[in-house]
Design a protein around this ligand. Structure first.
Ligand code: HAM
Length: 440
């Protein structure tokens, strides 16, 4: 037996019956973000490893243990992108579209992290993200949150909770880091192993430990919000003020620190309780130092990314996914000349009615078997082209839903007949000759 090759663990095929939901969701998101003035950018999936190490942070989980890094044939170290922000910043600096400009971008595509796969956590997953550059104030942070809230509303998603926090300026965060580290060192014996390790390298990450003992220690730990610099505090109050005015509920979570190092000031997450352990469907924040840190001129920046798999799982659990539309017309035929005729008729209908989904039966099968398929396809109407039809230039039209009906329609009246079953959408102007009624 030949050994079959399987897909890689944590990397999934998206089959047509599911893909249709992906395309639909992407279209919804695209419509929304473009209505806010965001423009799409497409970036490479592979970047130099150094890009991620320097932006996401050398001592983060992503860079330390989750990246798909390899040497290419030139001996360069490359990495499959684990997220999209670093690439956007790299591209912005490279093409000079960041400095002194107001930029709103969005992107969509696969990301790669070698995490332990489980429900809602994959090794190849997909994000739609937005990034903004050049805006310093709390207005843009709030716009991002309002835009995501509008998306949930447009999709009908309920029960998402918004958590926000401020990490302060880079300096304030550095100061706080020291305070927290000093405090945690004094209680190191009560921390879990992972937190003890992080304590040295990335003490802020100890704040989101799930370990009960560590959480007990954290109760008395110095508070991040208390250590904020005055400007960051004002900025954070600005964001909260806009959210209050817009009636968006949120919780300030002082332990929200995020897993990537580039953030400063506002960070936020939209979380669902319906997805198990991997409940964060959308997350982001401000990263004012990153552009400069990557070699660009100082440029304020803010963005977020949503996990497509998690959003789709949520839409499914809330029964919000659209039904897959059946074909409108199923064309049956038997015999070589009839099949040729059937394809020709279908093409001429498509010429005038590109809105119709027309499925021509190709391959084997008698008319009876084809009719069964037509019925199962969910199509509204079947067109039958047999020997008689071919000889006398008419088409047999059979209604497959509701009250049954079958009649013979001259080819010149076929479009009119189809319009009875499936009227043209309003404002629909067919290409080709205006007022053309028949099919030739
Ligand atoms: P992140 O929190 O690492 O942030 O990822 C954003 C979202 O991607 C998560 O909330 C989750 O929905 C989804 N996600 C992350 N990892 C996985 C995984 N292994 N499997 C399935 N879904 C996953 C970022 O990536 C930042 N670049 C967001 C950002 C943009 N911040 C500013 N701009």
């Amino acid at each position: 037996m030949v050994k079959r090759i399987q897909s890689i663990r944590g990397m999934h095929d998206i089959l047509p019956e599911t893909e249709i939901h992906w395309s639909w969701l992407e279209a919804q998101i695209r419509m929304l973000v473009e209505s806010y003035g965001y423009r799409r950018i497409r970036l490479p999936i592979v970047e130099k490893t150094e890009l991620f190490a320097r932006s996401i942070g050398a001592v983060t989980d992503i860079v330390e243990k989750e990246m798909y890094t390899f040497e290419d044939r030139n001996g360069d170290s490359l990495t499959l992108r684990p997220e999209g922000t670093a690439g956007c910043v790299r591209s912005g600096i490279e093409h000079g579209f960041l400095h002194n400009q107001l930029v709103r971008l969005w992107y969509s595509g696969p990301m790669f992290r070698h995490e332990r796969p489980q429900k809602g956590r994959y090794r190849q997953f997909h994000q739609v993200g937005v990034e903004t550059f050049g805006m310093t104030g709390p207005d843009i942070d709030a716009e991002l949150i309002l835009m995501s809230a509008r998306l949930w509303k447009a999709l009908g998603i309920k029960n998402l909770r918004l958590e926000i926090n401020s990490l302060g300026s880079q300096e304030a965060r550095e100061r706080y880091r020291k305070q927290l580290q000093d405090y945690l060192y004094r209680h190191a014996d009560r921390l879990d192993e992972d937190s003890r390790r992080r304590l040295k390298t990335n003490p802020l990450r100890v704040l989101d430990s799930k370990d009960a003992g560590t959480r007990e220690v954290l109760k008395e730990a110095p508070q991040l919000l208390a250590a904020l610099d005055a400007e960051s505090r004002e900025h954070f109050e600005g964001v909260c003020g806009i959210l209050d005015m817009a009636g968006i509920d949120y919780t300030i979570n002082p332990r929200l620190v995020r897993g990537l190092d580039y953030y400063s000031r506002t960070v936020f997450e939209w979380i669902s309780n319906e997805l198990g352990a991997q409940g964060t469907v959308c997350a982001g924040g401000r990263y004012d130092s990153l552009v400069e840190q990557m070699g660009g001129r100082p440029t304020p920046a803010c963005g977020f990314a949503m996990g497509m798999e998690r959003l789709l799982a949520l839409l499914e659990s809330q029964a919000l996914l659209p039904e897959i539309p059946p074909p409108d017309v199923y064309v049956l035929s038997q015999g070589t000349a009839e099949r040729r005729h059937a394809l020709h008729i279908a093409e001429s209908i498509r010429q005038s009615r590109p809105d119709l989904r027309i499925l021509v039966h190709c391959g084997e099968g008698g008319l009876k078997a084809q009719m069964k398929r037509a019925d199962r396809s969910g199509a509204e109407v079947a067109l039958i082209i047999g020997v008689d039809e071919l000889a006398s230039d008419y088409v047999t039209v059979r209604r497959l839903r509701g009250e049954s009906m079958q009649k013979q329609v001259p080819r010149s009246e076929l479009l009119l007949e189809l319009a009875r079953h499936r009227p043209s959408p309003e404002n629909f102007s067919a290409p080709g000759k205006a007022g053309e009624a028949g099919v030739k």
